[in-house]
Design a protein. Sequence first.
Lengths: 348, 149
Amino acid sequence: MATVESRTAYWEQAKEQGFDLSWLEKLREHVAGEGVEEQSANDTGRVQGSIPRGDVARFGAYTFRTKSEVWAHNLTKLYEEFITRQWSSATDIPWETIQPLPDDIEAAQCQLATFFTQVEFIASDVPGRFISTMSPDYQEVRLALLAQVMDESRHLDVFRKRALANGGGLMRMIDSVSDVVGGSTDNAREFTEFSSRLHITGEGNVLTLFRLGEMMAYNEAEKAIYRRCAQDEARHVAIGVLHLRYMNEFAPERRDEIHCYLDEGESRQATGAGGENPAGQSQLTSGALAMLLGGGKDKVDEGQKILMAIRQRQTKEYFQRLKSAGFDDRIHNGRVNPALLEQYKAAA
Amino acid sequence: MSERRSTALKFPSVEWFRALQELVNEDEEFRRLGSIDAVMGIKVGERVFVINFEAFECTEVTEGTEYDLIDADFYLEMTVEQWQDLVTNTRENNGADLSHTLNTLDLMIEGGISDNATGDQLRADVFFRVNQSLQHFFDSSARLETVFE
Ligand SMILES: [Fe+2]
Ligand SMILES: [Fe+2]
């Protein structure tokens, strides 16, 4: 094995033999900084902290090169949680427990599985777009989003498998095309716009639905799917809350703009317009949920009652997340959606 | 959950929760569920317990007071009877049945069972993020001989 002394001797010998080792000295001069740049000049795909070199084509041309546009504290810790809590649709779901179900129940499960497959498609597709347009200097944010995409691909896969596993198959796609979660997530051009729609409104709601999953499950496989997905979804919500909290503190000039995103998300959450909240009213998917929760097509009313309680829970958690992020002034100054405020008061 | 412990432990007590701590810390399945960094408060009637998790371990169990709940990420609160029902159900079914999982109890008991004492949902959400580890922790009580006060 090479020791420090033998390496030094080797380098001395190399120098004596005429090799230019000045580049080694240059490496010693450059020690990567701990801090993250407020403005990133990195346009070349250079990994965070590495030594720049000249004459590199600016192939990155990243749209997001300002820290306060994308940053959140503590994402590294969250990333560690992401990677240790991964699971597999092949080995962690007891598929053998799925038995033939009554037609109405199977159809409702498959309608919901189709909805979730569509939701997961957007939830993996859209963050992916932002990852590739963000400076590599914001590595922590990139890693958290990459981990989210990994989660979402597993969700995409597991709900599709459930739809196909028991004879039902994929059902009708939901009424809205691009506005799947949180309202116009797919159209978001700006990171905070995207994060507030997807992480806060959309995934906040989907998290409650996944938690509800074990009550709609008719076998151990479905229970396992929903339980595992709920844990994953809560991590995605955390990315959004951490980002909004950072924006509140370090980019207060953008608070009004962020309130506008929240206005839109709330209105869709309250009315169910756009179809992104299957617990919303009068949706194809809310019918499926009510049937599964009630226990069949003749018990939809009981399911609807549970759904009403769930909507209140979604709203209570959303309001508390606003508080965690520092945007709860809207609850007290009359800006918050009145229908949601009613639900919140009922839940309190 | 096999091989039950024979000495009866009183619920609620520090000893009871420490027995769970010991069980999960030597349990490969608990580790496989992933890392868990959380301070969990438990409120059983008037009594309060604080349980710390770090990385893949349950690191500390103490008895505390209501004031300690402020520092917890989330705390689980039920009446003495509801806790006893949970512990009994877990023992009888070798793990909580569907209507007694922490998640279902939180959805079905009015007002829920889990919250952050200061209304900080980011910390309250930790209950959802590591839920299956917490469930495994409580399910391990099927291996304990439990007596109630
Ligand atoms: Fe997902
Ligand atoms: Fe998600």
